[in-house]
Structure formats: structure tokens, C-alpha cells
Design a protein around this ligand. Structure first.
Ligand code: COS
Length: 383
């Protein structure tokens, strides 16, 4: 590992490796095929402290820093990118509650988030993807409650049986647009809140992604995080952290694809020698390793900055997510090529990695959105 780490950081990362290698990897293909995690797997992650990795000990968590969180996500992604996605989205919701919640909300949600309840975050709508500011879901004040109406789509961590609460971004004062959005926690089972279609996906198949339908769903105002009208800012700042997690997932996938490529090209003999005795193959491996190392360093740098009080990391998080996700797609594609026809078969995990990687430049902001965030920052820096 090319990152200098403390013993505590090394310990939890090696625990993640052991867990993913022994408890997850043997079932990853089956979970991919069945589009479902094994029962109890998320509970196991909670029991080992991963679901509360970014939650302080006083709320029941492990209280680790963002670099450790990112490296644990990367470690799990090496064996099962679906499970890494669950952890990334869940810890994003932990982070929003920690940063924006009042004491009562933190005491209500964080201890259960650490012990197995799964959190989600809902911003996207059918007609508001990249243009998140055009979201239409409304949460209109009525006495001490909000009455929520609208539909969110592509929401990770929510499925027919999965997901315990969601941080919903909705318009509390629709005429004010982004300045009229608020962040509200809605519990699964609240009357008027139902899970709609669960998506049948190309990759990350075990991780649930669903439509959320709100039909006169009544939620007390005490469920709102922060002040009214701060929801869009809370969502954007939350996504800065989320994008570091997705960058970490991309790094883990790329590292796993490199390892698989080295193993395969060592044992695959053609023309009388292992195929990686050819310089052409060695150069592919060198390129894959170099760009993946660059991706790792971008992710770790953004994670470090994220923990600095008062530091806005939109640009660094976008750079990390943009570079790492595009790299994961390229590296998995190259790794599949190195596997030849076998790489196309489900007998080799590279087939799943290739499919899993493809979503990363799309979710939590497409690569094009990351470039908007980066260029806005660079343009304003030199103005
Ligand atoms: N942290 C804190 N505040 C932020 C912020 C951030 N990272 N990003 C934006 N804001 C604030 C801005 O400062 C602005 O506030 P003021 O009006 O007070 O200045 C406000 O939010 C609106 O920001 P902006 O004008 O940049 O909004 P845009 O509509 O231009 O949208 C993009 C910006 C395109 C970057 C945003 O819509 C985006 O990230 N889209 C992708 C959404 C996404 O990632 N979805 C993934 C699914 S999550 S379920």
C-alpha cells in the first residue's frame, strides 16, 4: 500500500479484507446472479463496525477518519463492488445526519445506523438527474408536519426488503427553487411512502436501487435536518463526501482487476511462454497500475481535505470521482482484454467487475457533471 497509515487504520482495513475475502467473495457471483445479498451480510458489516465507521464512538460508531472509510470501501470493492456501494451510500447518510442533524436526530438515527439499520439518500427524480435543482417532489407544511408528494428514482440502498430510512430532498417552498428545498428523514413504513420499481441492472446487481413514491406522506417537521431552505446545499455538500466514497469503490475495482490480470497472464501460456512475458502485456499492466495509483492518491487527498474543518472539497472530490471512475472502466476493460475470450465468461470475476465498473462514471454525478464542478472551481480561481 502506497499510503502511510497508522496501526489503527491498518487494523480496520485488514479486517475489511478478511471479511470480504472470506464472507463475501465466495458468494459474489451467486449474489450477482440472484440480484440479492445473502441474508445477514449487511448485519455482519455492522457487527464489524463498518456501517458506523464514520460515526463517533459516543453515537455507537468506530469514529474513524475519511481516509480509513475510503480505504475500507476500496477493500470491500475489490471483492464485491455491490456491497461497497451499500457502505458508501450508508456512510454518506451517516455523514449528513452527523453534520446537519440536531442532538435528538443524531441520538435517534446514528446508533441504529451503526447496528444494522440502512440509510439512503434521495435527490434524483425521473426528470431531475444531472439538473438536480429541477427536482419537483414537494414537502408542504401543514401544522407541525410536512405532507410529501412526488417520486424519486434510482435510489440506492432501498429495495423491497432493504433500507430503513431515507434522507429526502424536497421542496418545502416550491417558488424559491433551490433555496426552497429542505432535507427530511423519512422512515420506511411511514404511511404514504412506498417502494416502487426495483431496478434490474447491468452491474452492481446485488445492491438494491429503487423508485420511492410519496403520496400524501405525513412526516413531523422534527424530521427536517437543518433549517428550511438548506436542503439543496446539504445535498451538494453531502455529495462531495459521497463522491469520495464512489471514487474509492472505483479504485478497489481497478486494483482487483489488475490483480486478476496479473494472475491470469502469469498462468496463461501461449506460444510457449506466459503471456505476460511479452512486453506488450507488461506495458498494459504498467499503465493500469500507474493510473490506478494516481486515482488512489486523488481519492486519499480528497478524503484528507474532507476532514479539515471548514474546507470545501467540491473540486477535489469531483476530480477524484471523475478520474477514478473513468479509470475503473478503462482498467476493467483492459483486464477483460488480457483475459481473452475467458474474460467474457462468467467463470472469471472480471466479467462482473467490467459490468460493475460501468455505473461509476454515471452515478452520484456523471463524469460530465464532475467536469462542470471542476471547471467552475478552476475558472473562479483564476478570475
Ligand atoms: N457545497 C455547498 N454548497 C453548494 C455546493 C457544495 N458542494 N454546490 C453547490 N452549492 C450551493 C451553491 O453555492 C449555491 O448556493 P448560492 O445560491 O447560495 O450561491 C447553490 O448550492 C446552487 O448551486 P449551483 O448554482 O451550483 O447549482 P446548479 O443548479 O448550477 O447545479 C450541479 C450544480 C450541476 C453541480 C448540481 O446540480 C449537481 O451536482 N448535479 C448532479 C446531481 C447528482 O450528483 N446526482 C446524483 C444522484 S444523488 S441521489
Amino acid at each position: 500500500m502506497s499510503i502511510i497509515l497508522t496501526d489503527d487504520q491498518k487494523d480496520i482495513i485488514s479486517l475489511a479484507k478478511k471479511f470480504a475475502e472470506n464472507e463475501v467473495a465466495p458468494y459474489s457471483q451467486e449474489m450477482d446472479e440472484q440480484a440479492k445479498f445473502r441474508p445477514g451480510l449487511i448485519q455482519q458489516m455492522a457487527d464489524l463496525g463498518f456501517m458506523g465507521i464514520n460515526v463517533p464512538e459516543e453515537y455507537g460508531g468506530v469514529g474513524m477518519d475519511s481516509v480509513t472509510k475510503a480505504l475500507v470501501i476500496a477493500e470491500i470493492a475489490k471483492y464485491d463492488a455491490s456491497l461497497a456501494e451499500v457502505l458508501s451510500v450508508h456512510t454518506l447518510s451517516n455523514d449528513i445526519i452527523l453534520k446537519r442533524g440536531n442532538e435528538e436526530q443524531k441520538r435517534k438515527y446514528l446508533p441504529k445506523a451503526c447496528t444494522g439499520a440502512v440509510g439512503a439518500f434521495a435527490l434524483t427524480e425521473p426528470n431531475a438527474g444531472s439538473d438536480a435543482a429541477s427536482a419537483k417532489t414537494k414537502a408542504i407544511a401543514d401544522g407541525d408536519d410536512y405532507v410529501i408528494n412526488g417520486t424519486k428514482c434510482f435510489i440506492s440502498n432501498m429495495g423491497p426488503d432493504e433500507g430503513d430510512y431515507v434522507i429526502l430532498i424536497a421542496l418545502t417552498e416550491p417558488e424559491k427553487k433551490t433555496k426552497g428545498m429542505s432535507a427530511i428523514i423519512v422512515d420506511r413504513g411511514t404511511p404514504g411512502f412506498t417502494i416502487g420499481k426495483t431496478e434490474n441492472k447491468m452491474g452492481l446487481r446485488a445492491a438494491p436501487v429503487s423508485e420511492l413514491i410519496f403520496d400524501d406522506c405525513r412526516v413531523p417537521k422534527t424530521q427536517r435536518l437543518g433549517d428550511e431552505g438548506r436542503g439543496f446545499m446539504i445535498a451538494m455538500a453531502g455529495l462531495d463526501g459521497g463522491r469520495i466514497g464512489m471514487g474509492a469503490q472505483a479504485v478497489g475495482l481497478a486494483q482487483a482487476a489488475i490483480k486478476a490480470s496479473v494472475e491470469y497472464t502469469t498462468q496463461r501460456v501461449q506460444f510457449g511462454k506466459p503471456i505476460n512475458a511479452n512486453q506488450g502485456i507488461q506495458w498494459y499492466i504498467a499503465d493500469m497500475a500507474t493510473t490506478t495509483e494516481a486515482a488512489l492518491q486523488l481519492v486519499v487527498n480528497a478524503a484528507r481535505l474532507y476532514d479539515m474543518p471548514g474546507c470545501r472539497v467540491s473540486k477535489e472530490a469531483a476530480e477524484a470521482k471523475y478520474f477514478a471512475s473513468e479509470n475503473a472502466v478503462k482498467v476493467c476493460n483492459k483486464a477483460l482484454q488480457l483475459h481473452g475470450g475467458y474474460g467474457y465468461m462468467k467463470d472469471y470475476p472480471i466479467e462482473r467487475m467490467y459490468r460493475d465498473a460501468r455505473i461509476i462514471p454515471l452515478y452520484e454525478g456523471t463524469s460530465e457533471i464532475q467536469k462542470i464542478v471542476i471547471s467552475r472551481s478552476v475558472l473562479s480561481e483564476f478570475k
